[in-house]
Design a protein around this ligand. Sequence first.
Ligand code: FES
Ligand code: FES
Length: 128
Amino acid sequence: MAYSNKLLDHYENPRNVGSFDADDSKEIGTGMVGAPACGDVMKLEIKVNDQGIIEDAKFRTYGCGAAIASSSLMTELVKGKSLDEALAIKNEAIVQELELPPVKIHCSLLAEEAIEAAVNDYRSKNKK
Ligand code: FES
Ligand code: FES
């Protein structure tokens, strides 16, 4: 199975790995999702400014190379977006960009779910 150069690049040099120090702060939304089938876990943190724009994002993923590459791309895609724009990111965008083979499509689904979970967490923390 051949991986695309883009996938390998994100896998070998993942962007935005880590987590924010004050992850209980109200500016941070955390999404932790897992795939029950294999036990793989993806955690995304978004930092949202007072204009409602995602300023920064970080991830930690325990999973296969495709999941790590998907996470890395996901953090790049959400940066600079509003919460609604981030929610509109679908895993198909990641599949296309990384040219994921069919057996790895479910790994990119974790990224879509992580975005949704992080936005929901941010919104529930900031409910007036
Ligand atoms: Fe776990 Fe693919 S087998 S996400
Ligand atoms: Fe488990 Fe990809 S994250 S196989």
